[in-house]
Design a protein around this ligand. Structure first.
Ligand code: HEC
Length: 106
C-alpha cells in the first residue's frame, strides 16, 4: 500500500518536472537558433540586432516566445521561428538557454 502511494507521488513529481522543460532536449532544438543568437545563445558581435539568450531568465524566454507566437510581440523574423513550436519545445528551449552561462560578447 505504502509503495503504491510512493509510486504515485513519484509519477506526479515527474509529470510536473516535464513542464519545466528539458535543457538536454532543448540543446538539440536550439541548433537553428544559433544562426542568429550564437552558439548556446551567447550572441554574435557582428550581429548586434540579435539578442543574447544565454543566461536569460527561463520565464522571460518562455514569455517572449509565446508573445511572438500570439503576435503580442511583433517581429517578423522571430514570428517565423516560433510558428511551429509546441509548448514543450518552448519549455525545452527556455531550459537550455537559461542554463547557459552569460558571457561577454565574442
Ligand atoms: C534569422 C535570425 C533568427 C533566428 C534563426 C532566431 N532568432 Fe530569435 N531573435 C532574432 C531577432 C532579430 C530578435 C529580436 C526581435 C525583436 O526585437 O523583438 C530575436 C529575439 C528573440 C528572443 C527575445 C530576446 C529578448 O531579449 O527579448 C528570444 C527569446 C528568441 N529570439 C529566441 C529564439 C529561439 C529559441 C530561436 C530558435 C528556435 C530563435 N530565436 C531563432 C533573430 C532570430
Amino acid at each position: 500500500m505504502m509503495t503504491k502511494i510512493i509510486l504515485i507521488a513519484a509519477a506526479l513529481v515527474f509529470s510536473g518536472s516535464a513542464l519545466a522543460g528539458d535543457a538536454a532536449a532543448g540543446k538539440g532544438k536550439a541548433k537553428v537558433c544559433a544562426a542568429c543568437h550564437g552558439e548556446g545563445g551567447a550572441g554574435m558581435s557582428a550581429m548586434q540586432d540579435f539578442p543574447k539568450l544565454a543566461g536569460q531568465y527561463n520565464d522571460y524566454i518562455v514569455r517572449a516566445l509565446k508573445d511572438y507566437q500570439s503576435g503580442a510581440r511583433k517581429n517578423p523574423v522571430m514570428a517565423a521561428q516560433v510558428k511551429d513550436l509546441k509548448a514543450a519545445d518552448i519549455a525545452d528551449l527556455a531550459a537550455f538557454f537559461s542554463s547557459q552561462q552569460a558571457l561577454a560578447g565574442k
